[in-house]
Design a protein around this ligand. Structure first.
Ligand code: NDP
Ligand code: 8X3
Length: 250
């Protein structure tokens, strides 16, 4: 049987990188997407050009997304799995003092970017009547928390879109799932706090946060279920976390 092809967005860091690696280790061919070329290249060097195809684009750039995906070489076009993972938070401020540029970045990346990528991948899945899309939402897409406003809104949108996509695509043979992680120690908080490493590290102090590997292992499990099985929605929390802001810290 030919190897399945998975497109993972945000494959340069955190959850996306761990997912690209675990899928490659388990025999998938990976289209690794992100903006940081050298990190995509590292994946190619590790697994070889036969197994990893680097695809550099900014998910906010609709034309670039379209060109990159429609321009894939023929042997990489039949994407079986799409992991819509690229995303981030920018800032953590009350709505009255939020930065509009931060709001736009979150909505453009987490919501519109996910839609742009999905739009380009779907024709092949619908034509072949097979495919699996996994959207990375968040506990922040299930509960709002103080100062999380627009990030939470972007992840509530991912939740709504995942449910809606599942309804529309059930008639096309395409499975849609959603994974909603709690606290995962990645570059996420460094990006949210604009490079303030100390503030970022504090988020994960006093408890054992999830690792990107924990999430990647779940994704591998979901992706490798039999064709008739869809783990539609999974919330994955650290054992020390009970809700978005309820974390048992030592
Ligand atoms: P990281 O910051 O480690 O990774 C984010 C990834 O997204 C990077 O690979 C980055 O690649 C990519 N990305 C960001 N902006 C863009 C863009 N404009 N165009 C293309 N790619 C982009 O964070 P995580 O791994 O933690 O985050 C992955 C997903 O998980 C996000 O959707 C996040 O919201 C979600 N999540 C994270 C949680 C956490 O606690 N860490 C919890 C719940 C959900 P590059 O910069 O190279 O473009
Ligand atoms: C990331 C988790 O709780 O920081 O989505 O919003 S949280």
């Amino acid at each position: 049987m030919s190897q399945k092809i998975a497109l993972v967005t945000g494959a340069t860091s955190g959850i996306g990188r761990a997912t690209a690696i675990i899928l490659a280790q388990n025999g998938f061919k990976i289209i690794a997407a992100g903006r940081r070329r050298e990190r995509l290249q590292e994946l190619v060097e590790t697994f070889g050009a036969e197994q990893v195809f680097p695809l550099e684009f900014d998910v906010r750039d609709r034309e670039a997304v379209q060109k990159a995906i429609t321009g894939l070489p023929a042997q990489w076009r039949n994407i079986d799995v799409l992991v819509n993972n690229a995303g981030n938070a920018h800032g953590l401020a009350p709505i009255q003092s939020g930065d509009v540029d931060d709001w736009e970045a979150m909505l453009d990346i987490n919501v519109k970017g996910l839609l742009y990528v999905t739009k380009e991948v779907l024709p092949v899945m619908v034509e072949r009547k097979t495919g699996h899309i996994i959207n990375i939402g968040s506990i922040a897409g299930k509960e709002v928390y103080a100062n999380g406003n627009v990030y939470c809104a972007s992840k509530f949108a991912v939740d709504a879109l995942s449910k809606a996509m599942r309804i529309d695509l059930v008639h096309e043979g395409v499975k849609v799932s959603e994974v909603n992680p709690g606290a995962v120690e990645t570059e996420f908080s460094e990006v949210r706090f604009k490079g303030d490493k100390e503030r970022a590290a504090n988020v994960y102090k006093g408890f054992e946060a999830l690792t990107a590997q924990d999430v990647a292992e779940l994704l591998l499990f979901m992706i490798t279920r039999p064709k008739h099985v869809n783990l539609a929605e999974v919330t994955l929390l650290p054992a020390a976390q009970a809700a978005a802001t309820v974390i048992h810290k030592q």
